[in-house]
Design a protein around this ligand. Structure first.
Ligand code: SF4
Length: 439
């Protein structure tokens, strides 16, 4: 068997895509290795969401070429969103043998066979229907507890700052029967949690003309597999998250009470410029709805600081919304102009870098205070935790997440990964709940 070494960058979708790639390469006689020095194929599954995500990859290409300098026949491949965005630019370096976009993974064996000195291979065609539904991913997680399952690919929203629609193509939903089969399969292999993945899971919609399945129905079907199987999902979209989805979460104990709901900005003027298709008021109404039906629901978000034309007032609107909602945590970034996006074509990137960073730091500090408030509010509560394994910081402790996605650590020498335990929260930091097993 040949050996394939893959580094994965970016989002959970990419983690699951790497698992799909390992499965496809397995059919072509490649097995997975975590050692570059023994690999016949060195690959990076890449992200294009911000410039620094791509800058990193140029360094990896150099590292791959150094690693293969002393061994004959080792191939270098760049796949994923950066491959889709840059295409020939990667081949023109003369240091990459294979370039494949997110919809071309099924052709990897054929492309690898066709590579000869001076004949690198590329496939960056985007598909309208590829979902890899029939491919059983080779799981790369370390604990055998939590598995990612992609339920759809691509995105039709075209937010003005986002490169995803250009690198992952149009939205397509996967056959729900194949999703339920995959969830049953991982459950039977001991996994106790699945995370359903999509750029915008709320617009999941599948039909074969007779049967039609939306996201709420899909959640019900996966939750029905077993009460011991936890169901999570990411990423939601404020304009599409329905009352039916929130009600379905409230009605099913094993659908975890956490929603990642990117807001991006607290200013309606800026949300319009971002083409997010909702207003500040709409977002706050969705949050109120979630909290009315699921009072303890964990809420997390994404925020962009310094988007084109952002005024000090727009920035204050973002701070006041974050203060009002009180997110558990957030991904917070300064706006990074992405070539080819609507914003790059139409709007000057006019907020100076130092001002972007000043605003970003203000947002990060506020979120740090809100996270501490949110975690402190858990002290004294009893929570059910799914054990993921030993705590990274203290191997004498175990760690795992509560339903609201907060990480818990607790002294425990009895239980193991995959067990459910009941704990009481004794203390916290702004990112971890310090707990004890209940008697
Ligand atoms: S919803 Fe918007 S930000 Fe999210 S992936 Fe789609 S285009 Fe990008």
């Amino acid at each position: 068997m040949k050996k394939a070494y893959i580094e994965t960058y970016g989002c959970q979708m990419n983690v699951n895509d790497t698992e799909v790639i390992f499965s496809i390469l397995g059919r072509a006689g490649y097995e997975r290795t975590e050692k570059m020095e023994e690999a016949d194929l060195l690959m990076a599954n890449t992200c294009s969401i911000r410039d620094n995500a791509e800058q990193r990859i140029w360094g990896r290409i150099e590292a791959f070429n150094q690693a293969r300098a002393t061994r004959e026949g080792v191939l270098v491949g760049i796949v994923g969103c950066m491959a889709e965005r840059l295409k020939n630019q990667l081949l023109d370096t003369g240091k990459v043998d294979l370039v494949a976009g997110p919809d071309a993974y099924r052709r990897l064996p054929e492309l690898l066979r066709a590579i000869h000195p001076g004949a690198p291979q590329m496939d960056v065609l985007l598909s309208r229907d590829e979902t890899y539904a029939d491919i059983t991913p080779v799981r790369t997680d370390r604990n055998g507890v939590s598995a990612f399952i992609s339920i759809m690919r691509g995105c039709n929203n075209v937010c003005s700052y986002c490169v995803v629609p250009y690198t992952r193509g149009v939205e397509r939903s996967r056959d729900p029967h194949s999703i339920v089969r995959e969830a049953c399969d991982v459950f039977s292999r001991g996994y106790r949690e699945v995370t359903l993945l999509g750029q915008n899971v709320d617009s999941y919609h599948w039909t074969d003309g007779t049967e039609t399945v939306g996201f709420a129905e899909l959640l019900r079907r996966v939750a029905a597999i077993s009460p011991l199987l936890r169901v999570r999902f990411a990423t939601s979209h404020p304009k599409d998250i329905s009352d039916e989805v929130i009600e379905t979460m409230a009605e099913h104990e094993n659908i975890c009470k956490h929603i990642h709901l990117p807001v991006q900005s607290g200013s309606t003027r800026l949300l319009e410029k971002m083409r997010r298709k909702y207003t500040r008021e709409w977002y706050l109404e969705r949050v109120a709805k979630i909290r009315s039906l699921i009072p303890d629901c964990g809420l997390t978000t994404d925020v962009i600081a310094g988007f084109c034309s952002e005024t000090p007032q727009d920035h204050r609107d973002t701070l006041s919304l974050m203060d009002q909602v009180g997110f558990d945590w957030a991904f917070m970034f300064a706006y990074s102009e992405r070539p080819g996006t609507l914003a790059a074509k139409q709007y000057p990137d006019d907020v100076p870098p130092e001002e972007k960073n000043r605003r970003l730091n203000e947002i990060i500090q506020l979120q740090g205070r809100k996270s501490l408030e949110r975690y402190r509010a858990q002290i004294g509560r009893r929570l059910q935790v799914l054990v993921e394994g030993p705590s990274k910081r203290n191997p004498a402790q175990l760690c795992g997440r509560a339903s609201n996605s907060m990480m818990c650590v607790f002294p425990d020498t009895v239980h193991r990964a995959g067990d459910y335990v009941d704990v009481v929260v004794k203390d916290c930091t702004s990112a971890t709940l310090i707990c004890e097993l209940t008697a």
